[in-house]
Design a protein around this ligand. Structure first.
Ligand SMILES: [Zn+2]
Length: 244
């Protein structure tokens, strides 16, 4: 028997027990995040005692109070300006430019009383095989090589990468990750692209009927409706609590 498997098995057992929601277990020391993928892992916070996971629970609550009366949710985000040997990929953006973009992103997300708290804006060098794959729409080498052929030293809850090109779209969230990429010269407003991708990370999908909405694809629409605000806040709190 491989002895290295034992701690992992114990961790799985522990997680299994803690997710039943039937026992108010004090988990003691914070669990180590070592086994989880770097870029999809929040710093684990202690589970709230009030959270229940009964299968009949309706997860999304569209609340009656106005957004202003809801507590502000602050999401940490790390912003990376991609450098690369491939000139098609290396970004020309500046820290000042991106700082201004996030000021405007926070105006858009204030509709949900969610604020993106920029932890860092810094350059990152991605190896050419990674950038070539991304240009072809394949993000698997990027995730597989984090901590191997390149590092993302200040990664946090949400991680944004700004590249000159990303192979076609203005922005993209690789499937179910907490990472997104945005190109240097998108066809719509910069703050709209970034806010739209954050919307995907917060569980929102595209709307097809109203170009004024943030989640309509390819316009400068910025509106969130009440249901989207509820979903995004629920997802954001789940990210902060380490339960999604
Ligand atoms: Zn989209």
């Amino acid at each position: 028997m491989n002895l290295k498997l034992i701690p992992f098995a114990a961790l799985v057992l522990l997680l299994t027990i803690s997710c039943t929601g039937q026992t108010a277990v004090s988990t003691g020391p914070t669990q180590t995040p070592e086994a989880a993928p770097l870029l999809s892992t929040a710093t684990p916070l202690q589970e709230q005692a009030t959270v229940t996971l009964a299968p009949t629970e309706t997860p999304i609550v569209v609340s009656e109070p106005t957004v202003e009366s809801l507590p502000e949710i602050v999401l940490p985000i790390a912003v990376f300006i991609v450098d690369a040997e491939d000139e098609r990929f290396a970004s020309d953006r500046t820290v000042e430019e991106l700082t201004a973009v996030y000021d405007r992103v926070n105006i858009i997300w204030s509709q949900a009383n969610i604020r993106l708290d920029v932890q860092t804006i810094e350059s990152i060098l991605l190896p050419e095989p990674i950038t070539q794959s991304i240009m072809l729409g394949d993000f698997n080498p990027f995730f597989a090589n984090v901590g191997q052929t390149f590092d993302v030293p200040n990664a946090t809850l949400i991680n944004a990468f700004y590249s000159k090109e990303i192979g076609g779209p203005n922005g993209i969230v690789p499937f179910r990750s907490r990472v997104f990429f945005v190109m240097d010269d998108p066809s719509v407003h910069d703050e709209r692209v970034t806010s739209h991708e954050i919307g995907h990370i917060l569980g929102l999908h595209h709307v097809l009927t109203d170009a004024e909405r943030l989640m309509f694809s390819g316009t400068n629409g910025k509106m969130l409706n009440e249901e989207e605000i509820g979903v995004a806040r629920y997802a954001a709190q789940g990210l902060l609590d380490g339960v999604r």
